[in-house]
Design a protein around this ligand. Structure first.
Ligand code: SF4
Ligand code: ZN
Ligand code: ZN
Length: 336
């Protein structure tokens, strides 16, 4: 039984008698963008092979010795961890770490940390689970109440900052992010339509790092659609958090873009992949812009004070970046 959990546009369940293109057994799905029918095993292999090819095409792992996989516990990041570990030797990565930030959200965060720990154990992956409360003194819900900032924007800023701090303190070469093609396209198109911003830096398969300031960011799933990940995770029996974060909300603008892209994909299979490839070509994807170090914590900023120090100064009365960096250092040492 294949669980897809939602209407599927890029792959379709096939009926009895349809044969797998690779082995001739009963096929399970039709991969519409590739015009191929595949059985469960060959579908999972196909997803792994495509991800590896994309990584190769963009030389993602050239020179990467130490890698962090950012793990939320959701299907995207846990699937990504499985795929990377399967290709670990081919990618020639020496050290790989899983990293999870425990946001302190009742119920949801316990489940997420539990899943991340379990997945890392199964993959024999060294795992850092960092509780936000131990680092800053507050959980995400408490910080939302204090600052009155929109939850996801605050959460995103904290995650970006803390992942970057860990990558610098661990001297990692890169951080692998679990963002898939659908989310990246929707994000970039909304940014363009609402802000007129065509740099689309978030679409970049690789954002280059700067030694001692920030690690490179690898978007290894940037040509993998969400349908493929859902099916892949289910075929491989990958555990992931199924309950949604209580702060998750429906962004209507994004939902409309997503629906439009899904319709275009349905009428013209492969549309999303070619759109992604075209956008990457025209967008100024590798430029990170000038990096100025934060005067408080030394992490990158655009104006001399990083977003984290600005936020903590405004909401908690003191820029906490410097303290948090030393706490992260201590936590890493105690967990190593
Ligand atoms: Fe953070 Fe929002 Fe995601 Fe919840 S839904 S984990 S608050 S970004
Ligand atoms: Zn097969
Ligand atoms: Zn700072």
């Amino acid at each position: 039984m294949i669980y897809l959990g939602k209407k599927v546009m890029s792959i379709a369940i096939v009926g009895d008698g349809v044969r797998c293109f690779k082995c001739g057994r009963q096929a399970a799905v039709r991969v519409r963008y590739a015009r191929m029918n595949l059985c469960r095993d060959h579908f999972a292999e196909y997803v792994e092979m495509r991800v590896a090819r994309v990584a190769e095409r963009h030389n993602m792992f050239d020179g990467i010795r130490k890698l962090i996989i950012a793990l939320s516990g959701g299907k995207d990041s846990t699937s990504l961890a499985h795929i990377i570990m399967r290709h670990r030797d081919a990618f020639r990565i020496k050290e790989i770490y899983g990293l999870h930030l425990d946001l302190g959200i009742d119920g949801f965060s316990e489940e997420s940390s539990h899943v991340v720990r379990k997945v890392c154990r199964e993959l024999n992956l060294k795992c850092f689970v960092l509780p936000l409360r131990d680092l800053i003194g507050y959980s995400l819900p408490e910080l939302i109440r204090i600052s009155r900032r929109p939850p996801c924007s605050l959460c995103g800023m904290l995650k970006r900052y803390l992942i970057n701090v860990v990558s610098v303190e661990l001297d990692a070469d890169a951080v692998a992010l679990g963002h898939h093609m659908d989310d990246l396209l929707v994000f970039a198109l909304k940014d363009f339509l609402v802000q007129g911003n065509f740099r689309m830096i978030k679409l970049s398969p690789v954002t280059l790092g700067i030694k001692g300031v920030m690690a490179a960011k690898l978007r290894i799933l940037h040509e993998t659609c969400e349908d493929d990940i859902i099916l892949y995770a289910n075929i491989r029996g990958i555990e992931y958090v199924r309950s949604p974060c209580p702060y998750k909300y429906v962004d209507n603008f994004k939902a409309v873009i997503r629906e439009m892209l899904d319709k275009l994909e349905a009428s013209s299979p492969g549309f999303k992949i070619s759109l992604m490839r075209r956008l990457i070509k025209v967008a100024d994807v590798k430029a990170e812009g000038e990096v100025i170090r934060c005067k408080y914590c030394g992490m990158p900023s655009s104006s001399g004070t990083c977003s984290f120090c600005k936020f903590t100064e405004r909401s908690l009365g003191k820029p906490l970046g410097y303290d948090v960096r030393s706490r992260v250092r201590d936590l890493i040492r105690s967990l190593s």
